[in-house]
Write a protein that binds this ligand. Structure first.
Ligand code: ACO
Length: 431
């Protein structure tokens, strides 16, 4: 809980209002305006929540100016190098790094929930084969509420725990099935002897007619992609999950809402949009043309994979992702990959350009992740689905934190109404 510090004074219409100031562990102080409407009869106005803290949280901290991302205090670079996805899941969910016994227990619980209710196969079969995997995921994850009734009571801590493990365990299976369905191949069941990332790769790329051995470098790269996307404090999809959950809705429905939000190109859809942009640019000589378009106020085009609401410096995840891209392309023997060349040169030219420097626009995590995923054999339509798999633990951790908070209130923003004032109904013949 943040500490109360001094207070701020708001002077309005000849009256002063004292607003408490709260001090966080890290980051800027926060002015507590919860009683402002009751005392002064005014709302605050902040579309896009650019200056508004919507909750207390102990999970993730970002210093956008420094380009720093901490999970429970641990820097993302250290977690990406020394840890692995399921250990980071444990950390996000329970607050501390696990002991060996705790980790083994957690991994075993997740592994034992990887299968889906068999009846769900029929739900998949109701979709068109050309459905985007994200459309299937929104539907199937929402439908989990109809299958796992014994973990939908949000007031029962045990059911919350079971739902959390189920979601983390089943998301790779759902994403892999969405992929297999859209390419017309049979579903591949999970294998419990494999680690989380290897199991996902196998479910995506194995076929019943031949053996599939997961390459450890690809598995490591996949695990890193999962780790780097695991949580990112109060981003749009996480805030969506929190808002949906604030009404007491069940966790499967709320995660489906988070997936829907993540789908957009300004959020999780950016790595797909970025790779498509890099392909459209095609060759290094066309980069200046696209940079000019990104700078043109009359052109809606933006450099995808550039800029971030919070980072006004390098996204620390982008640096790790860039290294992974080199390793994966090297392993796959993809030398002189034209997309990677365009990406590297675009990054160099944009960083040299005062427009991007002045607006503090730097490459974000999505700038390189698409290149890795493509080299692994994923179509662009799967990129956001993979992001959703990774982010599930973040959504779940934030949801658990919120539900356990005794101060929980339904999320209900106010508005600045600028529509018509009250007027009388006009009969249709008189309009
Ligand atoms: N290319 C060109 N100009 C840009 C870009 C970009 N990628 N991003 C921001 N700008 C410009 C804007 O035009 C604006 O200019 P102005 O001040 O002259 O009007 C200024 O920079 C600030 O931009 P905003 O949109 O106000 O910044 P905001 O914080 O709202 O947006 C966002 C952040 C949505 C990520 C934006 O940078 C963007 O659209 N980037 C491309 C999409 C992308 O890569 N998204 C992934 C985000 S990371 C993630 O979800 C994992």
């Amino acid at each position: 809980m943040a500490e109360d510090k001094n207070s701020a004074t708001l002077s309005m219409n000849g009256k002063d209002y004292e607003l408490p100031i709260k001090s966080p562990t890290l980051g800027p102080d926060v002015i507590d305006i919860r009683k402002l409407y009751g005392q002064a009869g005014v709302f605050t106005y902040d579309p896009g929540f650019t200056s508004t803290a919507s909750c207390d949280s102990t999970i993730t901290f970002i210093d956008g100016e420094k380009g720093e991302l901490l999970h429970r205090g641990y820097p993302i670079e250290q977690l990406a190098e020394k840890s692995h996805y399921l250990e980071v899941c444990y950390l996000l969910l329970y607050g501390e790094l696990p002991s060996t016994a705790q980790l083994e227990d957690f991994e075993s619980r997740v592994t034992k929930h990887t299968m889906l209710h068999e009846q769900l196969h029929f739900l998949f079969r109701g979709f068109r084969r050309d459905a985007p995997p994200m459309a299937i995921m929104v539907g199937v994850v929402g439908a989990l509420s109809a299958f796992y009734h014994d973990s939908t009571d949000v007031n029962d801590p045990w059911q919350r725990e079971v739902a959390s493990v189920r979601m983390i365990a089943k998301m790779p299976t759902i994403a892999a099935m969405a992929f297999k369905y859209t390419i017309g191949q049979p579903f591949i069941y999970p294998r419990n002897e494999l680690d989380y990332a290897s199991n996902f790769l196998r479910m995506c790329f194995a076929v019943p007619s031949e053996d599939y051995e997961v390459n450890p470098i690809l598995s490591r790269a996949m695990d890193r992609i999962f780790t780097l996307h695991a949580d990112h404090e109060q981003n749009a999809s996480t805030s969506t999950v929190r808002l949906a959950s604030s009404s007491g809705a069940n966790p499967f429905a709320c995660i489906a809402a988070g997936i829907a939000c993540l789908w957009g190109p300004a959020h999780g859809g950016a790595n797909q949009a970025c790779l498509e942009m890099l392909r459209e640019i095609g060759t290094v000589d066309r980069i200046p043309e696209f940079i000019a378009r990104a700078k043109d106020k009359n052109d809606p085009f933006r450099l995808m994979g550039f800029g971030h609401r919070v980072y006004k410096n390098f996204d620390p995840r982008a640096t790790v992702m860039k290294q992974s891209a080199d390793e994966v392309l090297d392993l796959m023997g993809i030398e002189d990959n034209p997309t990677l060349q365009v990406a590297k040169e675009l990054e160099r030219q944009a960083l040299d350009d005062p427009y991007f420097a002045d607006k503090k626009l730097f490459p974000n995590v999505d700038f390189y992740s698409g290149i890795i995923l493509e080299a692994m054999g994923f179509p662009t339509s799967m990129f956001t689905a993979i992001f959703a798999v990774s982010r599930t633990v973040g959504w779940i951790s934030q949801w658990k934190e919120m539900i356990a908070d005794p101060q929980l209130k339904i999320g209900r923003p106010r508005q600045l109404y600028v529509g018509a004032p009250m007027r009388d109904y006009v009969d249709i013949e008189n309009r």
